[in-house]
Design a protein around this ligand. Structure first.
Ligand code: IMP
Ligand code: ZN
Length: 362
């Protein structure tokens, strides 16, 4: 899709980006070349190549009624990416490239999230994984990149409670030593796996330590589970696809989120490709946006879903007939939802004011 210059130049905030799901085709090629150079075995990623080609052509989106199947395929793709990103150097390369790609797309503030993994065969530990991410964030800052980056550690609901607990311990440790870069916890993973309610004490423990919580909620319908999650309450909700009663949620869910005004990270292409939403025009962005609820447009996994944040802004604008002024307000309003102090928010608001006059004078 050709993205109009306005959306690329619009200063933007990205708050929902999984590092490995954001991997670009260029990064995949770079990692394959690196393996070859080092004589390392190459993982078979043919299925990933085919998937990317299909999504780029919009083919996956034509599937209908295959919600579970498409979500399953997405998670198969993550597994393939993980086979390629199986060492600390690869983690650093992907992170660095993802930051540069978002910066080139006009993103000024970026919260990345990722699941710390250990791979004994390559010597990667959860700590070296986190440090690889932090080193790339630092590198981009030292290079003078025009983007501020923060990091959330991911609890994967597909893994056990002990692992979740360890992730919170690591997040606490790095929150204290990363110069303010590690700010919180993301709760995600295959929504068909495990009962999310069992992780609630661990998430509460994280919050007690001052970590912010960005929680994937209602990716599939499940009123009881989703109610417990929104009542936590999280600092932000990821997706919130099945909150409304009309789609299998409930009045109580909508009222709770509405009253708390918990910001929602909305990822249009991700939901369409994952087939949890059948077409853009019925995406729940409309429902929450029209209620004046805090909405943040995000990409989720720009690599897996072949998109960019500017493209997501353009899709929202064209689908819901929003003016450029409204898109500006949407991006400006997202600053209130970032996990940062008031000083950082004020700095970004000043930056937005400068960018606005540049955009107007062009
Ligand atoms: P990583 O944590 O950087 O390895 O990014 C990929 C991981 O993010 C996947 O293995 C999933 O656990 C998680 N993830 C990415 N997108 C989604 C989503 O839409 N729903 C739930 N989990 C997701
Ligand atoms: Zn996500």
């Amino acid at each position: 899709m050709e993205v109009e210059a306005f959306y690329k130049r619009l200063p933007k905030i990205e708050l929902h980006a999984h590092i490995n799901g954001s991997i670009s085709t260029e990064s995949i090629e770079e990692l394959l070349a690196k393996n070859q150079e080092k004589g390392r075995p190459q993982p078979d990623i043919e299925a990933l190549r085919q998937w990317k080609a299909k999504v780029e052509n919009g083919e996956q989106m034509t599937l209908d009624g295959y919600r579970e199947k498409n979500i399953k395929i997405c998670f198969d793709m993550f597994k393939l990416i993980h086979q390629l990103v199986d060492n600390s150097e690869a983690v650093a390369i992907v992170t660095r490239n993802v930051i540069r790609e978002f910066a080139e797309d006009g993103v000024k503030f970026l919260e990345l999230r990722s699941t710390p993994r250990d791979v004994p065969e390559t010597g990667m530990t959860k700590r070296s994984y986190i440090e690889a991410v932090l080193s790339s964030i630092k590198q981009c800052k030292e290079e003078g990149s025009d983007i501020t980056v923060r990091f959330l550690l991911t609890i994967d609901r597909g893994r056990d409670l002990q692992t979740a607990h360890e992730t919170v311990q690591l997040a606490r440790e790095y929150q204290a030593t990363s110069d303010g870069v590690v700010v919180g916890i993301d709760f995600s993973g295959d929504p068909n796996k495990n009962d999310a309610r069992q992780y609630i004490p661990v998430l509460q423990e994280a919050r007690k330590s001052g970590l912010k919580l960005a929680i994937h909620v209602a990716e599939i319908p499940n009123v009881a589970e989703n109610l417990s999650l929104v009542q936590l309450p999280p600092d932000r909700i990821g997706h919130g696809t099945f909150l409304q009663p009309e789609v299998g949620g409930s009045e109580e869910l909508v009222e709770t989120v509405g009253k708390l005004r918990t910001p929602i990270e909305l990822c249009l292409t991700s939901n369409l490709v994952g087939q949890t939403v059948k077409s853009f025009d019925i995406h729940h962005f409309k429902y929450w946006y029209e209620r004046g609820h805090p909405c943040v447009i995000c990409t989720d996994d720009k690599g897996i879903f072949a998109t960019s944040l500017s493209q997501e802004y353009q899709i929202a604008a064209s689908t819901f007939n929003l003016t450029r002024e409204q898109m500006w307000e949407l991006s400006f309003g997202s600053i209130a939802c970032i996990f940062a102090d008031d000083e950082t928010k004020d700095r970004l608001r000043n930056l937005w004011a400068q960018e606005r006059s540049k955009l107007q004078s062009s």
